[in-house]
Design a protein around this ligand. Structure first.
Ligand SMILES: NC(=O)c1ccc[n+]([C@@H]2O[C@H](COP(=O)([O-])OP(=O)(O)OC[C@H]3O[C@@H](n4cnc5c(N)ncnc54)[C@H](OP(=O)(O)O)[C@@H]3O)[C@@H](O)[C@H]2O)c1
Length: 289
């Protein structure tokens, strides 16, 4: 597995396993265990997914089974908007994520959205990073203008920005901004998140056939080959295994361009970060009392 070195020297796997919408605890635990057994070392959860506890249980079981050590794993979680009121609520959210996962530290913690008082929340994350509770800190869903302002202002620059990135939303400009500030791009919904019907696309099918791979493997490979870390989600063991089997082939420059030509821009995305209604929904969404 290829890794990328973050600004603070920490190595992050270029591929991980996401657990968004895996609400059933047993299913989440089983899927994470399947993923670790298949070779994934990065697991991506969030306070708002309400499955940090199941991820923690799977991690402990994997270590107990001798599959890997804690040091070999890279566990990511995210602070939800509700907890970005001020420094103190953010500090409590970090502690809550540690308690829910049952871990002494998290490898990466992200601000889930650029909402509420995310600067104060970031200062709490900077302090937790200095204390060693969080090995690395980053952001998510920070569009170029927001990320630029943030990087120009904060003391510790975000090490990762997790945003929607797939052939239908390539975000080339966003990648340029991240590169300028040495922020590592990480793709959420790298398979399209159940939208866009990539698995029925003729051109992708042809490229997959050229390499003896599946369409899923081709679009994951496309992202890592342009320097973007990916965190595909699946609750099916065969797909979990399929999705990590992307490290033994290389797409040609022409294939890379063909895949990028599917880009629909912001118009095609399901999550409308620029719409007031979406911001209001996030601001009002409570994940705890
Ligand atoms: N920061 C954020 O705001 C944010 C937002 C969204 C997601 N995320 C993170 O990113 C992760 C991935 O994003 P995502 O879950 O939205 O989308 P995704 O990984 O792009 O796609 C997941 C969907 O694809 C299906 N699938 C997986 N492997 C497949 C394969 N090989 N062939 C065909 N279908 C396949 C899954 O179904 P099955 O499960 O039935 O196999 C599921 O419906 C999340 O789990 C989460 O950790 C972060």
């Amino acid at each position: 597995m290829q890794t990328v070195t973050l600004q603070n020297g920490l190595k992050m796997p270029m591929e991980g396993f996401g657990v968004f919408q895996v609400r059933d605890k047993e299913e989440c635990k089983r899927s994470v265990l399947d993923a670790i057994r298949a070779g994934y070392r990065l697991i991506d959860t969030a306070a708002s997914y309400t499955n940090e506890d199941a991820v923690g249980e799977a991690v402990r079981e994997a270590i107990a089974e001798g599959i890997c050590t804690r040091e070999e794993l890279f566990i990511t979680s995210k602070m939800w908007v509700q907890d970005m009121q001020n420094y103190e609520t953010a500090e409590a959210a970090i502690d809550a994520s540690l308690e829910k996962t049952g871990l002494d530290y998290l490898d990466l913690y992200l601000l889930h959205q650029a909402m509420k008082d995310y600067f104060s929340a970031w200062r709490a994350m900077e302090d937790a990073c200095r204390e060693g509770k969080l090995k690395a800190i980053g952001v998510s869903n920070f569009y170029p203008h927001v990320l630029t302002n943030f990087c120009e202002t904060v003391e510790i620059c975000p090490m990762v920005n997790q945003v929607e990135l797939h052939p239908y939303f390539t975000q080339e400009t966003a990648l340029e901004t991240m590169k300028r500030y040495r922020v590592v791009p990480e793709a959420w919904a790298p398979l399209g998140g159940g939208r866009y019907r990539p698995f029925e696309d003729e051109m992708l099918g042809k490229i997959a056939e050229n390499h003896g791979k599946t369409i899923g493997q081709v679009i994951l490979r496309w992202n890592v080959q342009r320097g973007v870390a990916v965190i595909p989600k699946s609750t099916h063991k065969e797909r979990i295994e399929e999705n990590i089997n992307i490290w033994d082939f290389t797409l040609t420059d022409e294939e890379m361009q063909q895949i990028a030509s599917l880009d629909q821009g912001y118009i095609g995305t399901a999550v409308k970060h620029f719409e007031p209604e979406f911001v209001r929904m996030c601001n009002n969404r409570k994940i705890h009392d």
